[in-house]
Design a protein around this ligand. Structure first.
Ligand SMILES: C[S@@+](CC[C@H](N)C(=O)[O-])C[C@H]1O[C@@H](n2cnc3c(N)ncnc32)[C@H](O)[C@@H]1O
Length: 272
């Protein structure tokens, strides 16, 4: 039995989810937007399923952004759906506590299905993808976003770590379709800067010579305060006391057992 993502509640847990959503949502939304029909193109309301929606923040962003779409967020965890259902009401958004496998037996079909960080938790990816395919309307699009297993920090204890290549091969075995693979998230630095500016790290960040940080990981590690990157952070112009202050601030902010790691996602889009 695979473990599920441990939902951290309380202020620290919510901060952590806030960071993750700020980091990843803009890229995810810009990929999804390519496949959302405009209101003029439609014959019937464009239906979107967010499978394994967790606490529903991404589903809510989608519903607000595309008010002509009907969005359903589902999750098999009551705890997650309880939080999602406490979000401010939005007319074109619903949440249900149901697994993908059960939903597939209800004969609902959606124009677009989106899932992020969900395939990694599936014991049997083939049956999971078959069930998702059953929920997809003819001509519909499925977008799978997940951690790239080769990415640093991705080892989630007890999870399955299906690679992009495996997911593509398995999808082709259950459902033929055009495959488009879209690259990695861009602009992480700017999004993180925005986050930390709103949390009062503004003056510290101004003193940093960002040019010294070469890789995206180095830059992100700076912001997320992972200790291993201290050397490169110091190279960038941080004084040691300032570094400690930043790290302590970040640890307080996270207040979680598991720190936030920079994990590269892959995003796969399939049209049925
Ligand atoms: C890591 S969380 C990701 C949440 C959300 N997609 C996001 O991007 O923040 C994975 C979620 O998928 C849900 N999940 C996993 N397998 C599922 C399944 N077969 N059917 C429905 N929900 C599932 C879990 O309960 C958990 O809430």
């Amino acid at each position: 039995m695979l473990i599920d993502y441990p939902l951290k509640t309380g202020t620290g847990g919510m901060h952590r989810l806030d960071v993750l959503n700020r980091l990843y949502n803009p890229t995810s939304l810009s990929v999804i937007s390519r496949f959302i029909q405009s209101p003029e193109q439609e014959n019937a309301p464009f239906s979107v399923l967010v499978a394994g929606c967790g606490i529903g923040w991404m589903s809510k962003e989608m519903a607000c952004r595309w008010s002509h779409c009907q969005v359903l967020g589902i999750d098999r965890s009551h705890k997650q759906i309880d939080i999602a259902q406490s979000l401010p009401v939005c007319e074109n958004l619903d949440f249900r506590c149901v697994s993908v496998h059960h939903l597939a037996r209800e004969n609902h079909q959606f124009h677009l299905i989106y899932l992020r960080w969900v395939v990694v938790y599936q014991e049997n990816l083939v049956t999971f993808l078959e069930d998702l395919a059953a929920c997809l309307a003819p001509g519909g699009v499925i977008i799978i976003e997940d951690n790239e297993p080769a990415s640093p920090g991705v080892a989630i204890q007890g999870s399955a770590q299906h690679s992009e290549v495996q997911a593509v091969a398995l999808w082709e075995s259950v459902c033929r379709g055009v495959i488009r693979i879209i690259g990695q998230p861009e602009g992480l630095k700017d999004r993180l800067m925005g986050y930390f500016q709103t949390h009062g790290f503004n003056s510290e960040l101004e003193t940093v010579n960002q040019q010294v940080l070469k890789t995206a990981e180095e830059k992100l590690l700076l912001f997320l305060g992972i200790r291993e990157s201290s050397e490169s952070i110091l190279k960038s112009g941080f004084s040691l006391p300032l570094l400690h202050r930043l790290l302590n601030g970040l640890y307080d902010l996270q207040q979680c057992e598991s720190p936030i790691h920079f994990v590269r996602n892959y995003i796969l889009c399939f049209r049925r």
